[in-house]
Design a protein around this ligand. Structure first.
Ligand code: B4P
Length: 186
C-alpha cells in the first residue's frame, strides 16, 4: 500500500507510523526524523533545515520534496511505503502526485489524525523535544491550520481520505488506523 499520514504536531503520526508500516510490510519515512538527523549530523541540508525546525516553521517544500524523491527512487519503496508528516503543504501534495505519476502508482490512502488542541499541547509538553516549547508549539499549530489542514479536502476530493480519532491509547489508535486502511482496501 502507498499511504500518507497527515495531522497536527503531536497527533501521534510518528508513534503509529512505525507499527503500521511493520503491519503493512512497507517502508516508513518520517520527514521530521530525516531532517532532525541531518541537523544533528551537521550535514549541509540539516544546517539549513535546523533554522526552520527550531522556530516551529515548515522547512521549504523544495528541500523536503528532494528528500522524498530520493527515497521513492529506492528499490525498497517498490512494494509500498508510509510517509509520516509528508506532505504538509498543497505544494508538497502536488509534487508527490507528480512523482507518483512518474512511478505509475497513485496513492492508496491519506489518514488524517484528529486530536483536540489541548491534548496536543499536553502530549508535546510531556515529550519535551527541542521544538516542543510552548511558543514553538503555538507556531507549529498556526502553520498547521494555514498550510497543512487544507490537505484533508485535497485528499477527500480524490476519495482516499480517512479521518481517525487519535485520542485514546496507542493500541486503540493503531486499531482504528488499521480499520481505516482495511476500509480503503475493501
Ligand atoms: P514531525 O517529526 O513530523 O513531528 P510532529 O508533527 O511533532 O509529531 P507526530 O504527530 O509525529 O507525534 P508523535 O508520534 O511524535 O515534525 C517536526 C518538524 O519537522 C515540523 O514542525 C517541521 O519543522 C519539520 N517537517 C517535518 N516534515 C516536514 C515537511 N513535510 N515539510 C516541512 N517541514 C517538515 O507523538 C507526540 C507525543 O505524543 C509523543 O510524546 C508520543 O509519545 C505521544 N503520543 C503519541 N500517541 C499518543 C496517544 N495515543 N496517547 C497519548 N500520547 C501519545
Amino acid at each position: 500500500m502507498r499511504v500518507v499520514f497527515i495531522g497536527p504536531p503531536g497527533a501521534g503520526k510518528g508513534t503509529q507510523a512505525v507499527r503500521v508500516a511493520e503491519h503493512l510490510g512497507v517502508k516508513q519515512l518520517s520527514t521530521g526524523d530525516v531532517l532532525r538527523q541531518a541537523r544533528d549530523r551537521h550535514e549541509p541540508i540539516g544546517l539549513e533545515a535546523g533554522k526552520y525546525l527550531d522556530k516551529g516553521h515548515l522547512v521549504p517544500d523544495a528541500m523536503v520534496v528532494a528528500i522524498v524523491s530520493d527515497r521513492l527512487a529506492k528499490d525498497d519503496c517498490a512494494k509500498g511505503y508510509l510517509f509520516d508528516g509528508f506532505p504538509r503543504t498543497l505544494g508538497q501534495a502536488e509534487a508527490l502526485d507528480d512523482l507518483l505519476v512518474d512511478c505509475g502508482a497513485p496513492l492508496d490512502a491519506a489518514i488524517e489524525f484528529v486530536v483536540p488542541e489541548d491534548e496536543l499541547f499536553n502530549r508535546l509538553h510531556d515529550r519535551g523535544r527541542s521544538d516542543d516549547s510552548e511558543a514553538t508549539i503555538r507556531e507549529r499549530l498556526r502553520h498547521y491550520a494555514v498550510l497543512t489542514a487544507p490537505l484533508a479536502e485535497y485528499y477527500d476530493n480524490r476519495g482516499v481520505l480517512r479521518c481517525v480519532d487519535a485520542v485514546g491509547t496507542p493500541d486503540e489508535v493503531f486499531k482504528r488506523v488499521c480499520d481505516a486502511l482495511d476500509d480503503i482496501r475493501a
